[in-house]
Design a protein around this ligand. Structure first.
Ligand SMILES: Cc1cc2nc3c(=O)[nH]c(=O)nc-3n(C[C@H](O)[C@H](O)[C@H](O)COP(=O)(O)OP(=O)(O)OC[C@H]3O[C@@H](n4cnc5c(N)ncnc54)[C@H](O)[C@@H]3O)c2cc1C
Length: 302
């Protein structure tokens, strides 16, 4: 049954300091639930399973906005929407996988409201931006009344939908380090249909080669195939230090089968997900190889 909205209160903070104070104070009598674009929160409200009765509206906090380019990283304010990511010339150039992922999130109406921090904090294993953040060694910047803290994205999820955040901490920004010079990036989402579907498998890859042609940097990050977004470490190990070859690609595909732990659910079977994950990896390796051979800087995003 839908949740009657009149039962809920919304706090509208005047600024970040006020928001952090309100989050902290709320722990004594019922935690405030941060509310950004609302595209996840309102699904729960609509289903009659609200995550709380008191909400902290982040909508007016200018401190959480903006995309800033540094020499060695790009930082996105927590409230950056997928529309802003998709449309950003800077991100399309420096982080094409993130721009590609943003363009695959829901429909335009969702992209207009859904934020990067909401995707992170919602912690769905199917969140489309999450493999990109993992592949790029992103850092999540959080704040509380106690001050700022930086959490490696790789350490953020401690289990299914469980985050290594204190209950009064807010995500304020996500910092994405630049990939090693010349590395090829790739993003691919596979769902039931071409657009507006939840991922059955979502993948982000990053691969760099040295002057000798051997792989000297590799990240293979998958979503929807385990309780949390994960790196395929055995597949990475099969590629690191290897020259491009059919044998190395086959070893990486074999590694994926050991790395991933997909489940059977209403969206897909375990076997299908494993086969698709291996195929998507194969597509990335072939695209990266073609890109290096042709001397192009980018690989075609799936
Ligand atoms: C029709 C539809 C289609 C969708 N399609 C996709 C899709 O294709 N791919 C995909 O990945 N997702 C999809 N989603 C899910 C959703 O749009 C994303 O997860 C989105 O990024 C959530 O962002 P939001 O700003 O709307 O978060 P909200 O709903 O406002 O919040 C989500 C969670 O994050 C917490 N939160 C938000 N901001 C902060 C912060 N700064 N600090 C701490 N906690 C915070 C909230 O408390 C809540 O727990 C879809 C949703 C709908 C309704």
């Amino acid at each position: 049954m839908r949740s009657p909205v009149a039962r809920y209160t919304v706090v509208r903070p005047k600024g970040l300091a006020h928001a952090l104070g309100a989050m902290h104070d709320s722990l004594a009598d019922g935690r405030l639930v941060p509310l950004a674009g609302g595209t996840d929160v309102f699904v729960y409200l609509n289903a009659g399973t609200p995550p709380g009765t008191r909400y902290l509206d982040l909508g007016g906090l200018r401190e959480l906005r903006g995309i800033r380019a540094g020499a060695r990283s790009v930082t996105l304010g927590a409230r950056t929407t997928f529309r802003e990511i998709r449309d950003s010339e800077l991100l399309r150039r420096r982080l094409p996988s993130l721009a590609a992922a943003a363009a695959e999130v829901g429909a335009w109406q969702i992209q207009n409201r859904a934020t990067i921090a909401g995707n992170i904090a919602n912690a769905s294993p199917a969140g489309d931006s999450l493999p990109v953040l993992l592949a790029h060694d992103a850092i999540v910047h959080v704040r509380s009344v106690r001050g700022p803290r930086a959490v490696a994205f790789a350490d953020l999820y401690t289990g299914y939908r469980a985050l290594a955040l204190e209950p009064d901490e807010l995500i304020v920004a996500v910092e994405i380090p630049s990939a090693p010079a010349g590395a090829r990036a790739f993003f691919r989402k596979v769902g039931t249909r071409r657009a507006q579907s939840i991922s059955k498998v979502v993948f982000a890859g990053l691969l760099g080669r040295g002057r000798d042609g051997r792989v000297n940097h590799v990240r293979l990050a998958f979503g929807s195939v385990a309780p949390v977004t994960i790196r395929a470490r055995e597949a990475e190990a099969a590629l690191l230090g290897a020259a491009p070859s059919a044998a190395a690609a086959a070893a990486a595909r074999d590694g994926v089968a050991r790395d991933l732990a997909p489940i059977d659910d209403i969206r897909s079977s375990r076997e299908y997900r494993l086969a698709v994950a291996a195929n998507v990896l194969g597509q990335f390796l072939a695209s990266a190889h073609a890109s290096y051979t042709a001397g192009r800087a980018e690989v075609q995003q799936g």
